[in-house]
Design a protein around this ligand. Structure first.
Ligand code: FAD
Length: 350
């Protein structure tokens, strides 16, 4: 068992963990990042808000994003009415951002952070337990070759995404959670006419989206986890049953390979004081995928948490309130426009 000591231990090597580690290192603290280095499959497209440009500039990845990712050209949506509507320009909250493929973005971010902050120690593996004793955090890590490591830090930041497995050891309150699932499928040659745009379409028990970079696209169906079809292959059965509800989805995708993305929506307001770890990104506020703003809130918070802890705690509470209200209004609008639809909308109408 190896022992490593740092000022800050960051568990989670997604975008938020990496940016938070960079900000901690820039503030002169010694930092270790623990993560399995696992990346999303190619074609996992997400919108990166244009409002993140200053954060991307600070981290040193703005140039890469500008040269590799197309600008999001707008949104096409059918949100409670019969016809698709195209939004672009200033009224579109998503236009002006970039369509990124998380398979390259996460890796590029890691490369940039590692090159700019060679003092950050990257430790491959999964944190299995965290606990605090005598003012020091102890993190146990299972490495890729079943090796085990103990990592100690004066403070602990949790950037573990939508998994809350370490929350109770980290002294954090239970996450208020609402489990959703996104079933996604990649179309290598892209959906005709989609281009670098986002398409959103309400369905009876969830909603569809499509997003691409102008060459290939990903189509996804999002629903509540407890509304998945019953039976042995719930994901495939749900996918097959939903496809007829979206005539624009090519019918032959029924048999195409799909990936289920766990999309728990939840929040866990962090606690003041030094007996609890600091949660950042999805670990503190996992937005509904519909918001398209998970990275915006997560990456801004990653910098904020490193610079001004007290300010961060009240900022997070505000963000939780703002996000939940936005989601409620957005869903209620659709639910009101599509009366009599499935349980997914009935829940969101209450
Ligand atoms: C279907 C879907 C679509 C979305 N679309 C968008 C979008 O268009 N735009 C947008 O801005 N956001 C979108 N989001 C949200 C966005 O994906 C998240 O907000 C973002 O990934 C948060 O980054 P993160 O670093 O906090 O978490 P993650 O990206 O989940 O990274 C967490 C990391 O922690 C690691 N980890 C977890 N547990 C441990 C452990 N015990 N030990 C070590 N490492 C651990 C994981 O391996 C992972 O690498 C979407 C989300 C979903 C589900």
């Amino acid at each position: 068992m190896t022992d490593v000591h740092h000022d800050v231990v960051v568990v989670g090597d997604g975008p938020v963990g990496l940016v938070h580690a960079a900000a901690q290192a820039a503030a002169g603290r010694s930092v270790a990042v623990i993560g399995p280095g696992r990346r999303h499959p190619a074609g996992t497209f997400e919108l990166l808000s244009g409002d993140l440009a200053p954060v991307l500039q600070v981290v040193g990845i703005l140039h890469d994003v500008r040269t590799r990712a197309p600008r999001c050209a707008g949104t096409v949506f059918r949100w409670g009415n019969d016809a698709f509507t195209e939004q672009n320009g200033q009224q579109d909250r998503w236009a002006g951002g970039w369509v990124i493929d998380r398979s390259w973005f996460d890796q590029a971010l890691r490369d940039v952070v590692a090159a700019s902050f060679p003092q950050i120690e990257f430790l491959d593996g999964n944190a299995t337990t965290v606990q605090r004793a005598a003012g020091v955090w102890a993190v146990e890590v299972a490495g890729p070759a079943q090796d085990r490591m103990a990592v100690a830090g004066r403070s602990l930041s949790l950037a573990t995404g939508r998994s809350d497995r370490l929350h109770s050891g980290a002294g954090l309150p239970a996450v208020r959670r609402h489990p959703m699932v996104a079933i996604t499928c990649r179309i290598p040659n892209g959906l005709p006419d989609l281009g670098p745009r986002l398409l959103v379409d309400a369905a009876d028990n969830g909603w569809w989206y499509a997003m691409g970079d102008g060459r290939s696209s990903t189509v996804g169906y999002v629903t509540d986890a407890d509304l998945l079809a019953a039976g042995p292959d719930r994901i495939r059965a749900t996918w097959a049953a939903a496809i007829p509800s979206a005539p624009w989805v090519p019918g032959d995708l029924v048999d195409a390979p799909v990936v289920a993305r766990r999309s728990v929506v939840g929040d866990c307001p962090p606690r003041a004081g030094d007996t609890a770890a600091l949660p950042v990104g999805d670990a503190v506020l996992s937005a509904d995928p519909l918001s398209g703003h998970g990275l915006l809130v997560g990456l801004r918070g990653a910098l904020h948490a490193a610079a001004d802890l007290d300010g961060y705690l009240s900022w997070v509470s505000e963000q939780i309130t703002v996000h939940r209200e936005q989601e409620r209004r957005l869903y209620k609008h659709v639910a009101g426009a599509r009366p009599g639809h499935g349980e997914f909308w009935i829940r969101r109408c209450r």
